[in-house]
Write a new protein. Structure first.
Length: 587
């Protein structure tokens, strides 16, 4: 039986359809796998990057983000966190002579004349030098006209209507306390690097992104600093001195609580006159305002050395009996004659030598001790080296090398023939009153227990005896004007003629008072020095330290004592009963 024939074109291709479906499904799966593989690759790359950041560059990205939020230079504070130096955004005034020709029209740089613009700028900034600004504008020389411009002044500059006067926003270094502690801080130059003071010392730390976020605390206490500068400035003006210097030092740690050199300068607006003097000024002995008299200038500090000499004699065993009397007649030595400022009687004992500040008596003490012994103690006190402190400007003492002859040792004993900085003297006095240990001075705030061990110079018993003798000078001797009631001040005056060509200038003195308080438990040394004071009504027409430097300390100690935890107490004092009979009539 024949079946009906069906055209081949109508026969379903069952096998072909299945192959098409399989290929479509396979293609879909391959696409899914490719997408999944892409995601896996991206995830793998991300994981590798995270691992690279975490292992090879730990915290790099985090630091980069943090860097953008940090100031360009770290902050400096005093020991209590008061800001002394910080960075803040500010405007600058920049002259761009191409501002009007940037569109290609080649127009003139200014609409008004240079003279008119300089005059209008002077109305905004009264301290501006119109001649210099006029010359700069007329020359077409691009550059800064002013580095620090307040927002309200920036608006006034814009109102002038000159496109060439641009006001770029920059980061500026600001000193909130003005000129206070300027010689400690220094300043930042146009190249954004520190100059002179701790700005220079800490330059790398303050500009390093890894460390600039943490403020640097100095040992300075701004309350004490302000009081010291105020009293020094007042004392300097009252006697028409050409300069002044002072320091307050913690005797147990070496921390500098205050350091002042006058005249001062303003680190917010440093001028060329602050950092250099003309040849004529140099010939007159003048120094720039930024020059630090405390750490960089050496002086013969006169009779302030006498207690150090007596301490060396007691400590070495050359003086065992304070009642021993020394001839007070003028003393001829090696062609010279050692004299006192006025006759002090036939003989003097140790307390009387210090109370009346006798050169002759001190020379006899040195003679008993010997030049080699005195020299050794002076070396132990650091008098033959630059002062120890972080500041870059540190003066080298005028120090006689080799063995000292007899006359040299005698003159050094009462503060002549050796020139040191006031900081040398402060560190030496700290060692004399703190139990006998010399420590380097520091401008860094120290945590409890961080004070250096130092080196022993005097026995504790010697220190205790010297505390009595220093207190006696303030009670009965030349230091009476420094005796602040209740604060148990002790110290020694020193008035030395300044060296000049061919000898000493009798009309030019350096007057110093070196003090410590409270003498029953010394905690702080205070040095006040005046350069070339004159006899005025304020000093009873006297030029010596008893009448000008000592009163500065007498006014300063009651101001800073309570701030430093030393309260006045009229019922407390160091025991002087065993020494009082040796003094005799002190009125």
């Amino acid at each position: 039986m024949n079946s009906l024939a069906v055209p081949s074109t109508l026969v379903p291709a069952t096998g072909g359809t299945l192959d098409f479906r399989r290929r479509s499904l396979l293609m879909a799966r391959l696409r899914v796998l490719m997408v999944a593989a892409g995601f896996l690759l991206v995830a793998f790359i991300a994981l590798v990057r995270i691992a690279w950041i975490g292992v090879a560059q730990p915290g790099h990205e985090v630091r980069s983000m943090a860097d953008a939020l940090l100031p360009p230079r770290g902050e400096i504070t005093d020991r209590n966190g008061v800001p002394l130096a910080r960075a803040f955004p500010a405007y600058a005034l920049w002259f761009n002579p191409d501002a009007m020709s940037e569109g290609g029209d080649g127009g003139p740089p200014l609409v008004k004349t240079p003279e008119q613009i300089a005059t209008e700028l002077r109305a905004i900034f009264p301290d501006l030098d119109t001649y210099e600004v006029t010359q700069q504008l007329a020359s077409g020389r691009a550059g800064y006209i002013r580095r620090r411009v307040l927002p309200e002044d920036a608006n006034k500059v814009m109102a002038i209507g000159e496109l060439a006067l641009e006001l770029p926003q920059e980061e500026d270094r600001h000193y909130p306390q003005g000129s206070l502690a300027a010689h400690v801080l220094g300043y930042v130059g146009a190249d954004d690097n520190g100059r002179v003071g701790m700005e220079e010392v800490l330059n790398e730390r303050l500009s390093n992104p890894a460390t600039r976020g943490e403020p640097v605390a100095l040992s300075i206490d701004m309350r004490v600093q302000g009081a010291l500068e105020d009293e020094l400035a007042s004392g300097m003006r009252s006697v028409n001195a050409v300069g002044a210097a002072g320091i307050v030092l913690d005797v147990d740690t070496g921390e500098v609580l205050a350091l002042a050199s006058l005249p001062e300068f303003d680190p917010n607006a440093v001028t060329s006159a602050d950092v250099r003097v003309t040849n004529e000024q140099h010939a007159r002995g003048e120094v720039p305002r930024a020059f630090n008299r405390v750490t960089n200038q050496v002086y013969e500090l006169g009779s302030t050395f006498k207690p150090l000499t007596v301490a060396a004699a007691i400590d070495s065993g050359a003086v065992t009996n304070l009642a021993k009397r020394y001839n007070a007649a003028p003393l001829p030595v090696a062609g010279f004659t050692i004299r006192d400022s006025h006759p002090l009687g036939a003989s003097l004992n140790i307390p009387e030598i210090l109370i009346h500040s006798s050169n002759i008596g001190t020379a006899h003490v040195v003679d008993d001790m010997g030049p080699a012994t005195l020299r050794r103690y002076m070396v132990d006190l650091g008098m033959n080296e630059r002062p120890y402190i972080e500041l870059p400007a540190r003066g080298f003492p005028i120090w006689a090398s080799g063995d000292w002859p007899r006359i040299r040792a005698m003159t050094v004993g009462y503060g002549h023939g050796i020139a040191v900085t006031p900081l040398h003297l402060a560190s030496a006095y700290a060692a004399m009153v703190n139990g006998g240990v010399w420590r380097p001075a520091t401008l860094h705030k120290l945590a409890p227990g961080e004070a250096p061990r130092g080196r022993r110079v005097f026995k504790a018993s010697t220190s205790a005896r010297m505390n009595q003798l220093l207190r006696m000078i303030a009670v009965y001797g030349t230091g009476r004007n420094a005796d602040a009631p209740g604060f148990r001040v002790g110290g020694k005056t020193g008035s030395a003629e300044k060296p000049s060509s061919g000898g000493y200038a009798r009309s030019s003195l350096v007057s110093t008072f070196a003090a410590a308080f409270p003498m029953d438990n010394p905690r702080y040394v205070v040095i006040a020095m005046l350069d070339e004071p004159q006899g005025t009504v304020a000093s009873s027409f006297q030029r010596t330290a008893a009448w000008n430097a000592a009163p500065i300390v007498g006014r300063l100690v009651p101001r800073i004592g309570p701030q430093l935890g030393v309260l006045p107490d009229a019922d407390r004092d160091i025991d002087l009963t065993d020494l009082k009979p040796l003094v005799g009539d002190t009125d």
